[in-house]
Design a protein around this ligand. Structure first.
Ligand SMILES: [Zn+2]
Length: 176
């Protein structure tokens, strides 16, 4: 199971990042600066209510680019409030009993979350991951999704990482 990232974990990682050594996913030039922060809400079962993470947005220092990028941990699915850990459990769920078990474990989830997550997986990702050799949930799996499809796993296909500018802190980089 993937441990959920807390605000203090995230802040620790962000503080340790050398922004001047970070390459821009858009123009490939090296060097970023802090641009802004925004609040991201996640349905995390460890807490009674939605967890809020203050996410850093950085800006490319290349004057001709100046694109901004959100720095997202790989435990978060872009544009979804369902954690990566719950998302993977929902994909693997094979019966109504297993679905009920997931809902019982995380009271912030509802049956629509299960339906939509499974639909999104079947429609957009099921065929894609056949080309990926790593096990779903491993850091090499997330890296392969970004390398091959330029999207974080379960990110909806109309939003490419490079055009919408997500910068993923992959699982292997997290201190757990
Ligand atoms: Zn750039």
């Amino acid at each position: 199971m993937i441990a959920e990232i807390t605000q203090s974990d995230y802040s620790q990682i962000i503080n340790a990042l050398d922004l001047l050594a970070l390459p821009c996913p858009h123009c490939k030039c090296v060097g970023m600066c802090i641009f802004a922060y925004y609040i991201r809400r996640v349905k995390n079962c460890s807490f009674d209510e939605k967890t809020e993470l203050r996410i850093l947005r950085v800006r490319c220092l290349n004057e001709e680019c100046r694109k901004t990028h959100a720095i997202l941990p790989s435990t978060i699915v872009p544009y979804s409030q369902i954690t990566m850990s719950d998302t993977i459990d929902i994909i693997h769920c094979e019966s109504k009993e297993e679905a009920a078990e997931i809902l019982g474990r995380n009271l912030l989830l509802d049956p629509k979350d299960i339906y939509r997550t499974r639909k999104r997986f079947t429609e957009y990702w099921k065929s894609k991951i056949k080309n990926i050799k790593a096990t779903m949930g491993d850091s090499s799996f997330f890296t392969a999704c970004i390398d091959k499809y330029r999207r974080h796993f379960m990110q909806i296909p109309s939003t490419l990482c490079s055009s919408y500018s997500c910068y993923h802190l992959l699982w292997s980089a997290l201190p757990f």
